[in-house]
Design a protein around this ligand. Structure first.
Ligand code: PHE
Length: 456
């Protein structure tokens, strides 16, 4: 095979520089993985899909499909050292297949843009909740008051547009400055701090008197409630929360030093991400039951339960403000991963500066995001296929584009790339390599196909 041809004495360099250390890479990928997906989305999707059985399938998807896809993405990214579109094209040709593999990169760029279009809207809500928390709006509030605050805010399209705009501006700002410094610093502080606050909340929810009810809901599988639709939702959530299937991790992999273990780094990220999601569930569901709320209430779930809990806590104003600040940081570091493939592509392919690329991509996403902004107010009654515009963009990206991207990525890494190339990136042909190869060649693609096929 042609695996080593044109590799500049074996090893390429990325145009955008490299992570300063293994830790920097792990932090960046963790920053991309840990976000609204863990704290906002996981509890509400689990709630809508009946809890226990969904959570179990989600965990299986993370380990058996998510992990090999993540490793494949990193190894492809590091081998190509370009933006995901150029990398797929280059490696496609180099491995004796075809340059058409660039389409995988292109679908990924599009998925990133679509995801951020609604992600930014929710992140905007988080920004507003920082202010509301600091003003003491939730102190002593009951469920109806918290609901009314949420409905009052999201029902006003101008306010939602404003917060969406602020979040997009923040994202463009950091992306324009270049990823390395700002990102590393933010994540180094954010993930541990978030963990501490979640543990504080956990202590509160353990004392809510309904903790076991929450645990039961999350971990006792009611298999009869699990249809293929829920299995697809679990698969989609696994992809979404790990940031895989759209090239974000591939783009980050392009900046990874040669000597870093891909298996080790992926493992660390997957464990951290999963722990935060489970922790979020353990915090949210007991609060749902303690307050007689509905676990299936949807996208507003976290914005309903958490302010209620903070409102009754001593020092709630401070904790609550801090919590939403951290959540905003988590969303911010995830947003960077969502735009990185598009930005790196514009820079490499069209010779744009990073700032220009960030502004172009950011404006496009902002515009696309208006569809989701209006889904909660003016166009709340417009419903087709999966629901509102927001629901459809979410369904299309998480449940279709990401799994499809992951499918093609594992097929590429497992079947198109020759053994020497992948073994070279994964540090030799030992047992872990063999395990990865079986998962990437058989279990992951077949699993994804079965779920997609049955659910659609
Ligand atoms: N993983 C992020 C989250 O859980 C979302 C994301 C998806 C980020 C895809 C980058 C790429 O919030």
């Amino acid at each position: 095979m042609l695996s080593n041809q044109g590799r500049n004495g074996g090893k390429r360099k990325s145009l955008h520089g490299h992570w300063s250390s293994r830790m920097a890479f792990i932090l960046a990928v963790t920053g991309s993985a840990v976000g609204l997906g863990n704290i906002w989305k996981f509890p509400y999707i689990a709630g809508q899909n009946g809890g226990g059985a969904f959570v179990l399938v989600y965990l299986l998807c993370v380990v058996l499909i998510g992990m090999p896809v993540m490793m494949s993405e990193i190894l492809i990214g590091r081998r190509g050292r370009r933006n995901p579109i150029a990398t797929m094209e280059l490696l496609g040709k180099e491995e004796g297949s075809s340059g058409h593999w660039r389409w995988v990169g292109l679908i990924g760029v599009l998925a990133g843009i679509l995801i951020l279009s609604y992600y930014s809207v929710i992140a905007g809500w988080v920004l507003v909740y920082i202010v509301k928390s600091a003003q003491g709006a939730f102190v002593g509030a009951d469920s109806d008051t918290v609901s009314a605050i949420f409905a009052g805010f999201t029902g006003n399209w101008l306010s939602v547009t404003f917060s969406h705009t602020v979040f997009m501006a923040l994202t463009v700002f950091v992306v324009a400055r270049g990823v390395e410094r700002g990102l590393e610093q933010a994540v180094r502080f954010m993930v541990p701090a978030l963990l501490v606050l979640m543990l504080t909340l956990l202590a509160y929810s353990i004392n809510s008197g309904h903790f076991m009810e929450g645990v039961d809901f999350m971990f006792t599988p009611a298999w009869d409630k699990l249809g293929w639709g829920s299995v697809l939702a679990a698969l989609g959530q696994a992809f979404f929360t790990l940031s895989i299937g759209m090239g974000a991790i591939m783009a980050y992999g392009a900046y990874l030093p040669e000597d870093t273990s891909i298996m080790g780094a992926s493992g660390a990220v997957v464990v951290a991400d999963t722990c935060i999601a489970i922790l979020a569930g353990l915090v949210i569901f007991p609060l749902v039951f303690a307050n007689g709320l509905d676990p299936a209430e949807g996208a507003g779930l976290v914005f309903h339960t958490l302010p209620l809990a903070f409102g009754k806590m001593a020092g709630g104003v401070i904790f609550s403000t801090l919590f939403f600040i951290l959540l905003a940081f988590a969303a911010w570091t995830s947003a960077l991963g969502l735009v990185e493939p598009a930005v790196a592509w514009l820079v490499e392919q069209f010779g744009r500066t990073r700032s220009q690329a960030a502004v172009i991509v950011g404006s496009l996403i902002w515009l696309a995001g208006m569809g989701s902004v209006l889904s909660f107010n003016v166009l709340a009654d417009v419903s087709f296929l999966a629901g509102t515009i927001f629901d459809n963009v979410d369904y299309l990206t998480s449940n279709i584009m990401l799994p499809l991207g992951g499918l093609l990525i594992t097929i590429f890494a497992g079947w198109v790339m020759c053994r020497n190339s992948t073994a070279d990136e994964l540090g030799g042909a030992g047992t872990t390599y063999k395990m990865w190869r079986v998962l990437a060649r058989f279990l992951a693609p077949i699993g994804i196909l079965i779920v997609l096929f049955n659910a659609i």
